[in-house]
Design a protein around this ligand. Structure first.
Ligand SMILES: NC(=O)C1=CN([C@@H]2O[C@H](COP(=O)(O)OP(=O)(O)OC[C@H]3O[C@@H](n4cnc5c(N)ncnc54)[C@H](OP(=O)(O)O)[C@@H]3O)[C@@H](O)[C@H]2O)C=CC1
Ligand SMILES: O=C1O[C@H](COP(=O)(O)O)[C@@H](O)[C@H](O)[C@H]1O
Length: 507
């Protein structure tokens, strides 16, 4: 059976950074794998006046890292067309419609259309309204809208944006991208949980002590200071990616692994995340901003000295917090989350920290059960990126005299070969959209609840200023983030082996 997908892509923001860095390379990968063959076309639109030929050169340049022949690049690029278009001008949509109709006929596209909004969100409502009023949305075939983040800047703006878009597209036609949902190991969370009875049967507050989710970045804001300074880490990384990861970890098992069932369970999990009072926000969430520092021999500047960042900026580049999930499964189990820029290293990891055995039977005879140190905790670490895999520590007997208990690690990592051949997040998500599968996109109800969770935090922070910068680049964030866990008698785990060693539980 052919895997070929048939569609016309219209990319709004076709001259932009996202299109060049992510979208064109992803389309090329789909082309190479045969998901896109002859029956596809791409219209790139933006205000600048480019010719088709120039556009095709830009597309080819974006594929420079691929080992491909000029012939292959030319035949791929020949499917690309450029239409100069200002999204605020109604007449411009007429030309877009003409071109779309012509390409539909030329490539026999069955009126299947994907509109990719790779532009600033303030244009989304306007574009979708025009797509409908100017009848660029087709009566036959499918019409799907891919929307980039950020989806609003708080609950109210997101709801307004949603209403605007829903004026032209139904919820099942809207594909809100969260590129973390396209990552292989994020998708693997469900496989690890629901495919392994030894884990799922322990996946609750009886056996799990705490859950830790870290989304760490080594880089700073780079050229995106203008956007980032208005956003900050809470809206940039917690509202979307982090809460999505939490919902996948916390959700109940779906009756069957389908889009609708998964979505329902994720929404229920998010709805159970406690919305904090202002006092609880102060106790449970902390923020940071990076100062100058040194990392791997490289000097980093203060966040406030970055390009397009306000020199007095109060924007956080780091967030750590404790989420509580008020349902039967999770009552009392803290979900610690943290994300920040310019930290020690790039890495996304999840640690599921199990409770120790009820009593340490290996204690010495002159110790009571209360005096003895706990047995080392079992830790399940899910490595999302850059290394991908998972490990589980179990306790065993140390070789030799006596009866010393040692954690040993069962470690699985995907090989470099597998990783090289595995699809990139955007590639996967675009293919899902072509197939009409929105499992790995965010539904409005998820977006709405995520905003409700973070809005109260933002509101409290906006009332107060903090002493910034409060962490040096190349560290894992401000002291307050460490205190947050220590207060609960715990510590962040980054590398489980080091963590055991620090506790004298591993030689
Ligand atoms: N870049 C990234 O890595 C990521 C980006 N995003 C999101 O993707 C979206 C696009 O980001 P990015 O590509 O970085 O942004 P850019 O600023 O690089 O691109 C913006 C695009 O919009 C076009 N544009 C601006 N105004 C108009 C207009 N009135 N009519 C038509 N076109 C217009 C610009 O072209 P021209 O000037 O020629 O009109 C350009 O193609 C944003 O929502 C961003 O938040 C999300 C995640 C990551
Ligand atoms: O959405 C975003 O994600 C990136 C981090 O993505 P990753 O796939 O490299 O982990 C982050 O740098 C950016 O600020 C944010 O907008």
């Amino acid at each position: 059976m052919s895997n070929e997908q048939i569609a016309l892509f219209t990319i709004f923001g076709g001259t932009g950074d996202l299109a060049k860095r992510k979208l064109y390379p992803s389309l090329f990968r789909l082309y190479r794998k045969g998901f896109l063959k002859e029956r596809f076309a791409v219209i790139g639109t933006a205000r600048r006046e480019w010719t088709d030929d120039y556009f095709r050169e830009v597309v080819k340049e974006s594929l420079i890292d691929f080992d491909s022949s000029e012939n292959e690049l030319d035949s791929f690029a020949s499917h690309f067309y450029y239409q100069s278009h200002n999204v605020t001008e109604t007449e411009h949509y007429h030309n877009l419609k003409k071109l779309a109709t012509a390409l539909d006929e030329k490539y026999r596209l069955n009126q299947n259309r994907i509109f990719y909004l790779a532009m600033a969100p303030n244009f989304f409502g306007l574009i979708t309204e025009h797509l409908k009023s100017e009848k660029i949305v087709t009566p036959d075939g499918f019409n799907r809208l891919i929307i980039e983040k950020p989806f609003g800047t708080d609950y109210n703006s997101a709801a307004k944006l949603n209403d605007e878009i829903r004026g032209a597209f139904e919820e099942d036609q809207i594909f809100r991208i969260d590129h973390y949902l396209g990552k292989e190991m994020i998708q693997n969370i469900s496989a690890i949980r629901f495919g392994n009875n030894i884990l799922e049967s322990l996946w609750n507050n009886k056996y799990i002590d705490n859950v830790q989710v870290t989304l760490a970045e080594a880089l700073g804001v780079e050229e995106r200071g203008g956007y980032y300074d208005k956003s900050g880490a809470l809206k940039d990384m917690i509202q979307n990616h982090t809460l999505q990861v939490v919902s996948l970890l916390a959700m109940e098992a779906p009756a069957i692994f389908t889009e609708k069932n998964i979505r329902e369970e994720k929404i229920k999990a998010l709805n159970s995340v406690r919305i904090y009072s202002p006092e609880e926000v102060k106790q449970n969430f902390v923020r940071g901003q990076y100062g100058a520092g040194k990392l791997a021999g490289k000097e980093f500047i203060n966040y406030r000295d970055e390009l397009n960042v306000d020199p007095q900026s109060e924007t956080e580049t780091f967030v750590a917090g404790k989420l509580m999930i008020d349902n039967f499964r999770w009552r009392g189990v803290p979900f610690y989350v943290r994300s920040g820029k310019q930290l020690t290293e790039k890495g996304t990891r999840i640690n599921i920290v199990f409770k120790p055995t009820p009593i340490n039977v290996f204690r010495s005879e002159n110790e009571t059960a209360c005096q003895a140190q706990d047995t080392p905790r079992n830790i399940l670490t899910i490595y999302i990126q850059p290394t991908e895999g998972f490990s589980l520590t179990l306790n065993g007997k140390e070789i030799g005299d006596g009866f010393n208990i040692n954690p040993v690690k069962m470690d699985f990592r995907h090989s470099a070969d597998t990783l090289d051949n595995s699809p990139e997040a955007y590639e996967k998500l675009i293919l899902d959209c072509l197939k009409g599968d929105s499992t790995n996109f965010t539904h409005w109800d998820e977006v709405a609840q995520s905003w409700r969770i973070v809005d109260v935090i933002r509101h409290v922070w906006d009332q107060e200023t903090t002493e910034f910068p409060n962490y040096a680049s190349g560290t894992m964030g401000p002291q307050a983030a460490f205190d947050l866990l220590e207060r609960d008698g715990f510590n962040w785990i980054w590398n489980p082996d080091e963590w055991y060693r620090e506790r004298g539980q591993l030689n």
